[in-house]
Design a protein around this ligand. Structure first.
Ligand code: SAM
Ligand code: ZN
Length: 258
């Protein structure tokens, strides 16, 4: 999987090829170097890190605290929140059943968290190649642990969904579940999903609606009104739809790339 992953990666800054970097002793490999701009992307805790000092943006100290607790207690908290949406199984099913999965497909999830969707995907189509990225270190470590526990192989990297370190046209399925509302530049994140998808890929993007946002605000403090970012999908994409899911607590945007 590491070899396949390396073949799909590129520099998130200049998009040129990456090569394995030698560690300080000159033995083995410790990370990857860009053949264009020379940036070095380190490997630590078992994953490659493509963040250039950037990370999650927090609205306030309270927001930062709540989100760091959430990162450590992700699965039970998410499963609890999904109870409002009809239960975790049905909520994930409502989104993931829309992916046009085929045996042998290369699948990318942006913001994969603890990797719970990979478990669903492997149960439904065994012969798929899974890849994911996430901006938070805790998520990377816990996703890696889960994948080992579940016996699932997936190529995961730490990166920003707004600057994806994968090559153009690399994936047959690209999806996102659960964070785009908080992205700094949603248009750029959607553009990146399109760039790394092959032409004709069905892209699926889901997150909470304003109805759920009002509940979260009780904990994290006030936030901007949530508007599903369907207007940010370029007009030239095909079959663009937006639908309410999760008993009104979620939305899902779908389209086909050209
Ligand atoms: C609510 S969780 C959902 C995780 C997973 N998709 C799931 O369905 O269980 C949102 C995830 O998006 C990640 N995230 C937030 N902003 C991100 C960004 N700009 N780039 C990549 N990942 C991001 C968070 O670290 C978190 O793991
Ligand atoms: Zn570069």
């Amino acid at each position: 999987m590491e070899k396949i992953l390396a073949g799909l990666l590129c520099c998130p800054d200049c998009r040129r090829d990456l090569i394995y970097a030698r560690n300080e002793e000159g033995t083995g490999t410790s990370g990857m170097t860009c053949t264009g701009c020379g940036r070095i992307y380190d490997r630590s805790d078992g994953y490659l890190n493509f963040l250039n000092g950037s990370g999650l943006i927090y609205r306030s100290r309270r927001d930062k605290f709540i989100r760091s607790v959430y990162a450590r207690t992700y699965t039970p908290v998410t499963n609890f929140m999904f109870l409002f949406c009809g239960g975790a199984g049905s909520a994930r099913n409502e989104v993931l059943s829309r992916l046009k999965l085929k045996s042998g497909a290369y699948v990318l999830e942006t913001g994969m968290g603890y990797g719970e969707n990979f478990l669903w995907l492997k149960r439904h189509v065994e012969e798929i190649n899974l890849f994911g990225l996430d901006i938070q270190g805790e998520m990377m470590v816990n996703c890696g642990r889960n994948l080992n526990r579940w016996g699932i192989r997936a190529g995961i990297v730490r990166a920003d969904a707004e600057q994806i370190p994968f090559r153009d046209n690399a994936f047959d399925v690209v999806f996102h579940l659960g964070a785009i509302n908080l992205f700094k530049d949603k248009k750029r994140a959607i553009g990146e999903m399109i760039r790394v998808a092959k032409p004709g890929t069905h892209v699926v993007i889901a997150d909470e609606t304003e109805k759920a946002g009002r509940l979260f605000n009780l904990f994290t403090g006030p936030s901007e009104k949530i508007i599903p970012p369907v207007d940010l999908v370029p007009d030239k994409m095909q079959n663009i739809t937006v639908e309410t899911i999760w008993r009104g607590y979620g939305y899902v945007i779908e389209f086909d790339t050209v």
